[in-house]
Design a protein around this ligand. Sequence first.
Ligand code: TYM
Length: 329
Amino acid sequence: MHSKKRVFSGLRPTGRMHLGNYLGAIRNWVAMQETRDCVYGVVDYHAITTPFNPEELRSDVREMVLDLLAVGVDPDRSALIIQSQLPEHTELAWILGTITPISWLERVPTFKEKSEMHPDYLHLGLLSYPVLMAADILLYGANEVPVGDDQLPHLELTREIVRRFNHMFGETFVEPQAYFQKDSARIMSLSQPEKKMSKTLGPDSYIALGDAPDAIRKKIRKAVTDVGPSEESMSPGVNNLFRLLSLVGGQEEHTRLMDDYEAGTLRYVDLKDTTAEAIIAFLEPIRQRREELAADEEALDHAVQSGHELASQMARETMANVRAVLGVG
Ligand code: TYM
């Protein structure tokens, strides 16, 4: 019997990791390794559901693996996988697709957003994106899934799929729970602070873990702080900067600047400069670690090979059971 909780989560390889990914989800990936059995995936089949460049995709996968190792995902404790290397992900997705009503998928918010963003790139894979995600999670029997709050509708759908599958074919899968911290589950964009930090909003909207100190200073200086017509409550941009400051370890500065804010004497430029320096200091050890790792091809290969074997065995066992339950194979 398996005693430790199981964890799965995934990250799309679209360029480099940003602070939203890290503070919202990946930080928890790292922490959960201490007490749980974790499988973490660079989900390249999810990345090809929006327009992409094959050459860049290959190098983005490598960059993401490097970022994950640099922030502390430990391939000797967790299985780190590349989704497309394990055919069971798409195999299970096919099966789950046969029990998932189309209406469930059409109401998923990210489907609506992405189909509006890329109206000429509307396809079956975009609609069934959450089914592949459910397969990722269920393949490893994960109880917990560390994610940012934009993924919650997908997690809810996964739970619905589990209930329906178990109802139709008998208890087969466990219902996974989302795992997140309230204060960091949604980091907002620097340039459009009413939206979540995301690469799709352009480079000024996010801080990548690999951004150079000067780029970080410039982006934070440009961050939107306008209070708008109502000055009664803190504007989303100012609120986001305060939150970032606190999340990257600037608690003392946070308290001091919050006192200024409450007294009506806060200069936004002080908040910005303090936040930028705190982010730079916070990212420095990650940047150093990444530089060391980038020079070590063997360590990179080892990182994904050791995880692959363990994950592959788990995935094969799940599929053997699922096939038996369905009467196929
Ligand atoms: P992705 O690649 O967009 O993002 C990876 C993780 O980062 C979180 N995140 C954020 N958290 C807080 N604030 C933000 N601004 C922010 N931006 C991103 C995301 O919530 C996510 O946890 N569909 C997933 C990938 C995936 C997956 C899975 C996740 C595929 N299969 C199975 C969990 C389980 C995605 O596109 O994440």
